[in-house]
Design a protein around this ligand. Structure first.
Ligand code: 5AD
Ligand code: SF4
Length: 466
């Protein structure tokens, strides 16, 4: 089991590289730029990358033009994300042409695929290295080698990832935090690239997670998201096989005014114990994100999701028994290979039945290396787009109606800061991540306040501070 963890020797080796880089760049005012694409897992990884760079002596900059090192943390979940990453990497060519000492590294899910590693190696000559998602701790070594004229580094074996404890992230927020509880995924949904680019499930030890949360709570963090591709299967690979319910029960004992979100869950692993633990834990937000993907059992079967819509609805009922005004959200893929009009209508039916507060709708994007890439009966783009629009239309109406039900209610929100469009208006979020705008002449960013809702629309609530 401990093979999942990076050894102390390796950590010490990397910390020597960090010191050597620090000595090399001391007093030179070197800056580092990190750009992040994709999900919260990548955001969390980027906070670790930024922290490692800072330890090496770089100052973190938001202006890529003044950077001495450029890191692109990529996503591969859909084609669009990969295109964006390649276009950003393409743009960085000019910086290297102007200053050959600049270091360019590509990490994240796109650079954990063999064909992309080869593409970056052969067609992007100015990229110095790629770094697998589970090998982030090796960043100091790769930078040190690049500085010292070593060969460019492209290693396909890095796809066998490990967990490195002790890399304190450079958190972007002082009231919201990501805490990874597990990495990787064993599910192999047939459309999904994640198991190939993030490797098998590995859980962090419960004591490491709890001490991180205690520390955050002690420092006044208000919103802590437990991250993992499938947080419900937490602990299966650990000694004593603790479960997500055990972890939540321990988190319940931590003092402090903070809320816990889970991101993200798989319905096949959503146990009764977890639903019980959510209910009993005063920190758990009254919100659950449960990806459905499709409302057709045949499509779910071909997606290898391993649950039926009947089972899915039982879990939703269990969550609603916990709290009848729980905020529910989901992910849906439209246009999976072979999805018939009837299948799609079943998705519309279940959306109407559950009445989610909001949904994330994705157009199926064939990912090379996944089974669905090669499936027959790929759906024409035009139909995929039509289904996307139809689904959004149905959901928007539901979201609008649910939001209207908030008028007159007073709810607790966490303030996010000033609205971009209006000077005196602040933006905040409910426990269920609903956006709430309100006017105020005092800045409560990072604090919980109560707002009375006076008006709503499809995407937001508006109110007055109480
Ligand atoms: N095409 C479209 N959407 C996808 N997702 C995962 N893989 C694909 C794909 N190939 C969606 C799923 C998942 C969310 C994070 O991204 O809905 O829950
Ligand atoms: Fe992808 Fe399925 Fe794993 Fe989620 S559970 S990361 S959709 S393979």
């Amino acid at each position: 089991m401990d093979n999942n963890f990076v050894s102390i020797n390796e950590i010490e080796k990397q910390s020597k590289f960090t010191s050597q880089i620090r000595a090399l760049i001391q007093g030179k005012g070197y800056r580092a730029f990190v750009i992040t694409l994709g999900c919260q897992q990548n955001e969390a990884d980027s906070e670790k990358i930024a922290s490692m760079l800072k330890k090496m002596g770089y100052e973190i900059t938001l202006d890529e033009r003044e950077a001495h090192i450029l890191i692109v943390n990529t996503c591969a979940i859909r084609e669009h994300a990969e295109k964006r990453a390649l276009s950003i990497i393409g743009r960085f060519k000019h910086y290297k042409a102007k200053n050959p000492d600049i270091i360019i590294g590509v990490c994240g899910c796109m650079s954990a695929q063999e064909h992309r590693i080869n593409q970056l190696k052969h067609s992007y000559h100015y990229v110095d290295f790629t770094l697998g998602t589970g090998a982030l701790h090796r960043l100091p070594e790769l930078i040190f080698n690049s500085m010292n004229g070593a060969k460019r580094h492209f290693d396909i074996d890095e796809i066998k990832p490990k967990i490195a404890e002790g890399i304190e992230p450079l958190r972007q927020s002082d009231y919201k935090a990501w805490v990874s509880i597990m990495y990787g995924c064993d599910n192999f949904c047939t459309y999904c690239i994640v198991p190939y680019v993030r490797g098998r499930e590995r859980s962090r030890k419960m004591e490491d997670i709890l001490s991180e949360i205690k520390d955050l709570a002690g420092r006044g963090y208000k919103d802590i998201t437990l991250l993992g591709q499938n947080v419900n299967s937490y602990g299966k690979d650990l000694k004593g096989t603790p479960t997500i319910a055990d972890l939540l029960d321990e988190i319940a004992k931590i003092d402090g005014d903070f809320m816990i979100h889970l991101m993200t869950s798989h319905p096949k692993d959503a146990s009764k114990q977890m639903i019980r633990a959510l209910k009993e834990n005063p920190h758990c937000a009254n919100h659950f994100h449960l990806p459905l993907q499709s409302g057709s059992d045949e499509v779910l079967n071909r997606m290898n999701r391993r649950y039926t819509t009947e089972r899915y609805l039982e879990i939703i009922n269990g969550l609603r028994e916990n709290s009848d005004d729980i905020t529910l959200t989901t992910d849906i893929i439209v246009g999976f290979p072979g999805e018939s009009e009837k299948d799609f209508e079943k998705t519309l039916d279940i959306i109407k039945k559950v009445r989610y507060d909001s949904i994330f709708t994705f157009i199926f994007s064939p990912r090379k290396g996944t089974p669905a890439y090669q499936m027959e009966d790929q759906i024409p783009e035009e139909i995929k787009h039509q289904r996307y629009e139809r689904l959004c239309e149905v959901q928007n109406e539901i979201s609008k109606e649910i939001n209207e039900g908030y008028i007159g209610r007073t709810i607790r929100v966490l303030v996010d800061g000033k609205s971009k469009n209006n000077e005196n208006v602040y933006t905040s979020r409910t426990e269920g991540n609903k956006i709430v705008h309100f006017e105020c002449d005092k800045d409560y960013t990072g604090k919980f306040i109560n707002v009375k809702i006076t008006r709503t629309d499809t995407f937001a609530l508006y109110g007055e501070i109480i």
